[in-house]
Design a protein around this ligand. Structure first.
Ligand SMILES: [Zn+2]
Length: 381
């Protein structure tokens, strides 16, 4: 069975090993040993080289004792900053950091849950089908590990990614996202002696931003202006400003629409500004970059993954709901690669902040569900 004490020790060990994105060599060495002890064959791909990181993705294969199709189980090992020298504090059943770093439960609670689940299966000599454990690097900086994973190493056609909060739900829908950069150019001039010779790039960008609807656009679409960078001194009319924005939607057409609206606002502000300028002064302009950040996923309710998770929940006397998320994860990339993966939760909360926490009970619930999912998938349902 799942052993809470062993799970807590595993989690503590993992968060004490620094692994901010692209610096995953130490934790991967630790995990390679741990997985081999659990009977896995461990290999790494060359994603680390492709993305300038210390390590590739880890793929661990555990042969099955039941003739079932292989099941993919994935988590990421990298963390955001401040994520160095993490000292976990365990109080009232909950892990937190000392307060000056993140905790790293995103996503080491998932890695610990996977290790505990495998240990429990091995300890009980529980018959199960073949497993393919994928531990990715550089998830937090744009899903780079999953995007550069060597998919020829996998034979699983579906699976589960552990990278969410609620241990009683699986996430089956996630949005597409675009990242946009608007570089607005104006013309510099002395702000005191000759402001009329300048074109204020910040004022142009501000006009565009003020005209926009941002935040929650509708139930499945969001937009945000996140970073503004421009100008050099109060006595200079700024000649350039860069604005970074993003948009997300579960609906591709809506994503295209909201992205076009934001871009349109910048173009309109530039056009309006230029119409009001005296001849011979030059003109404002905007350079637009739109990058597709990740792609949506949508696993229908009748899919085997959903039925498997529901049956696993029932075997534990629990109800497993399906949910949608506003975020992206490795699951979006797997979905695009033709390997649908539903996202399971391990209790992590307030991730990417120094207030991050995870309760041991929730991790145990996550491990119990993962264990039941593996057994259900292996035996057929
Ligand atoms: Zn994560």
């Amino acid at each position: 069975m799942i052993q809470p004490d062993r799970l807590a020790r595993t989690f503590t060990d993992l968060v004490r090993i620094d692994s901010v994105s692209r610096h995953e060599a130490d934790i991967m060495a630790h995990l390679e040993t741990a997985l081999e002890k659990l009977g896995a064959t461990v290999v790494f791909d060359d994603a680390g080289k492709k993305i300038g990181g210390e390590s590739g993705n880890l793929v661990a294969k555990i042969p099955g004792t039941l003739p079932a199709p292989p099941l993919l189980v994935c988590a990421h090992v990298d963390t955001v900053e401040p994520g160095r020298g993490i000292e976990p504090v365990f109080e009232n059943g909950t892990f937190r950091s000392k307060g000056d770093t993140i905790l790293g439960s995103d996503d080491k609670s998932a890695v610990a849950v996977i290790l505990e689940t495998l240990a429990s299966l091995a300890g009980n000599r529980e018959p199960h089908g073949p497993l393919e454990i994928v531990l990715t690097v550089a998830e937090e900086i744009g899903l780079l590990g999953a995007k550069n994973l060597d998919y020829s190493m996998l034979s699983a056609r579906m699976g589960f990614v552990l990278d969410a909060s609620d241990p009683d739900a699986i996430i089956t829908r996630a949005p597409s996202a675009n990242r946009m950069t608007y570089l607005v150019r104006g013309k510099s001039a002395h702000a005191g002696s000759s402001p009329e010779k300048g074109i204020n790039a910040i004022a142009v960008a501000a006009k565009a931003i003020a005209s926009l609807a941002l935040g929650r656009i509708d139930f499945e679409t969001t937009a945000n202006i996140g970073v503004i960078d421009g100008g050099s001194a109060t006595n200079i009319v700024p000649d350039r400003v860069t604005v970074n924005a993003e948009a997300r939607s579960h609906d591709e057409a809506k994503l295209a629409d909201v992205t076009a609206r934001i871009t349109g606002a910048f173009r309109a502000a530039v056009a309006e500004t230029n119409m009001a300028l005296p001849p011979g002064l030059g003109e404002a302009s905007v350079e637009v970059t739109v990058d597709s950040d990740y792609f949506s996923m949508n696993i229908p309710d009748g899919h085997p993954l959903v039925r498997c998770a529901a049956a696993a929940g029932t075997s534990l006397g629990r109800t497993v709901a399906t949910k949608m998320t506003g975020g992206g994860s490795d699951a979006n990339v797997f979905f695009k690669m033709g390997i649908p993966t539903a996202i399971m939760g391990t209790g992590m909360t307030d991730v990417h902040t120094v207030r991050e926490s995870v309760s041991l009970d929730h991790m145990v619930k996550g491990a119990e569900l993962l264990r039941a999912v593996i057994l259900t998938f292996s035996r057929g349902f």
